[in-house]
Design a protein. Structure first.
Length: 575
């Protein structure tokens, strides 16, 4: 897979990590405990790192100020520490800027775009259930977050050395498919459906429901057709597979735009022949109880309604299939973690069946993680589009691309590959809308805000990235040693600090399943870089200074490109 570099997970050797190591010895505490004591001071004059000593007062039974003074004297400070200062309950630590720049840039430049990669996940597999669209239903704006966040986690975990299995748990099972077949046979037109795909299937559903109100016999026919699918009747399967193929063909256009791929499309129907195992096991473990003819697992003790396993007619449910899928995934992939990137509306569903797996006695139930997220709505309140009352994700992407093209035509009319850049910017803006926020927040998407080149947006980061490329393209060839003392000004120091923190941010994003931590960080890096860029000349400076600054620019470019990539966003070379 990818090449690896010096910054390996927790053994990263940035300056803060080295301070942590020294404090570990001095205080005889764990790394995690020490990390709790460390802060980045709000102002540069307060140093590069601060120890919050009041958090030690209880443990050491001493006044914080005395603790700070004591540490100042007793810790064996590394040679890059220029001085330490006691300020109230804080001990402020100052780093040598040239040494810090050297340490960070040497590591970053050696690794190039692999800076921040690690092998902490070596030998471990993470299953990521994401996107998970429904057959014969629109791939709508509600699937954006699952698709984009899932894809980002897939890349982030992969970058940390985990083997990732991306699973599209298709919604391809349920009585609605019986209805669709009835509607198709009565009113459908093959060519029309071929041409309009899901939009046309949607129309058939609506018609079915209208007509079934007048003629309830249609419901019986629908049940019959669904039964025929279940029994493997060739005609029923032929129609159903065709619906499936059309839906996936349409979805594939979106996945291609988003640069998303899956390792498995095993959906709900894949588990048809794996249901008995779940039911038998639940029975054998005395977990199934009867309730109004149906079979459930009672969860009252855990403050939840019962988890429905079998309906009175013997049909299995969404939860039954999720349990079967989890058992199958554990057997097949032996996952270290299994993530489910699904909206918070399904919180109860996941809490329930995770609990059932725990009650079945599987210790690995603790490795099942519901990666929940909030709702996305459109600012202009678009509810109906030409395809019906749903916002299709494909339409949103298309509109963002069109608008990006308008902006480009206005700002840089002579740009080459305008269409390509518009695609990268338009898609990036939409993806950013969801990966740049804490997952649990509800989001209101606005095209204008998302496509703005100012503010904390994808185009802003992409634009900054393209700026670094154009600086590097203008640079003359220079060689010789790099004089890191040239990077001691305020602005360069800040860029170095942002570069230094990048690997730890990726790890944090993975641990918390929060891609926004990477997004936030590359915005900070882009802002720090732009401040540097406006304050300092690069091309045309004297040799050693230009050379050192160019190295900084190169590290920034690699980091921004990688950061965008981790979020599933492309970086245009020129903008
Ligand atoms: N198809 C479902 C929906 O659109 C999401 C499935 C999520 N994954 C799962 N294993 N339950 O609501």
């Amino acid at each position: 897979m990818r090449g690896h570099n010096g910054s390996k997970g927790k053994q990263r050797m940035d300056f803060s990590a080295q301070i942590v190591a020294r404090l570990k010895t001095a205080l005889n505490m764990s790394e995690a405990e020490i990390e709790e004591l460390i802060e980045t001071p709000p102002e540069r004059e307060m140093g590069d790192l601060a120890l919050v000593c009041f958090r030690l007062a209880k443990r050491l039974r001493k006044a914080p100020q005395a603790i700070a003074a004591g540490l100042k004297e007793t810790v064996d400070w590394p040679d890059f520490v220029t001085r330490t200062e006691v300020e109230g309950a804080y001990l402020n630590v100052f780093f040598d800027r040239a040494k810090r720049a050297k340490n960070v840039l040497e590591t970053a430049l050696r690794a190039g775009e692999d800076y921040g990669a690690s092998d902490e996940g070596k030998g471990k597999t993470v299953c990521i259930d994401f996107s998970s669209i429904n057959i014969a239903k629109p791939f709508h704006i509600g699937h954006l977050s699952s698709t984009a966040i899932g894809n980002a986690l897939y890349r982030i975990y992969g970058f940390l050395g985990y083997a990732c299995v991306g699973i599209n748990h298709l919604g391809d099972w349920g009585t609605q498919f019986g209805k669709l077949i009835v509607a198709y046979k009565l009113w459908g037109d093959r060519d029309e459906i071929e041409a309009r795909s899901v939009a046309s299937m949607l129309g058939l559903y609506v018609r079915f429901h209208d007509e079934a109100e007048k003629d309830p016999a249609l419901e019986d026919q629908a049940r019959e057709w669904f039964k025929r699918i279940e029994d493997g009747d060739p005609e029923a399967l032929e129609i159903f597979d065709w619906f499936k193929e059309l839906t996936l063909r349409e979805a594939d256009r979106v996945y291609r735009l988003l640069n998303v791929r899956f390792d498995s499309y095993a959906g709900e129907s894949f588990y048809n022949d794996k249901m008995d195992r779940v039911i038998d096991e639940l029975r054998a473990k005395n977990l199934l109880v009867e309730s109004d003819g149906a079979w459930v697992v009672d969860l009252e003790e855990y403050g939840m309604p019962p988890c429905l396993i079998l309906k009175s007619d013997g049909a299995t449910l969404y939860a039954t299939r999720d349990i079967a899928a989890a058992l199958y995934r554990k057997d097949t992939y032996d996952f270290h973690k299994a993530l489910y990137v699904v909206a918070y509306q399904q919180n109860l569903h996941f809490s329930q069946w995770f609990k059932v797996v725990e009650l079945m006695g599987y210790a690995w139930s603790k490795d099942l993680v519901h990666v929940a997220f909030g709702m996305v709505s459109m600012e202009d309140g678009t509810l109906s589009t030409r395809r019906g009352k749903v916002v299709f994700l494909e339409d949103v992407l298309g509109r963002a691309i069109d608008k990006a093209l308008e902006v480009i035509n206005e700002k840089s009319p002579e740009l080459e590959n305008k269409e390509d850049v518009a695609r990268q910017v338009g898609v990036g803006a939409v993806v950013w809308g969801t990966v740049s926020n804490a997952r649990i927040k509800d989001i209101v998407f606005s095209y204008d805000r998302a496509l703005s080149f100012e503010g904390e947006t994808a185009p802003y980061v992409q634009y900054t990235c393209a700026r670094t490329t154009s600086v590097l393209e203008k640079a003359p060839a220079l060689d010789g040693d790099i004089d890191y003392a040239q990077l001691c000004d305020e602005e360069a120091g800040e860029v170095v600090r942002m570069l230094e923190a990048f690997p730890a941010k990726i790890i944090e994003a993975a641990e918390r399943c929060e891609p926004y931590i990477v997004a936030r960080h590359i915005v900070d890096l882009a802002q720090a870089f732009n401040r540097f860029y406006y304050e300092h000349r690069i091309i045309g400076e004297d040799g050693p200074r230009m050379r050192a600054r160019l190295m900084l620019v190169r590290a920034v470019r690699d980091c921004l490109r990688r950061g965008l990539w981790l979020l599933g966003i492309e970086a245009p070379e020129h903008m």
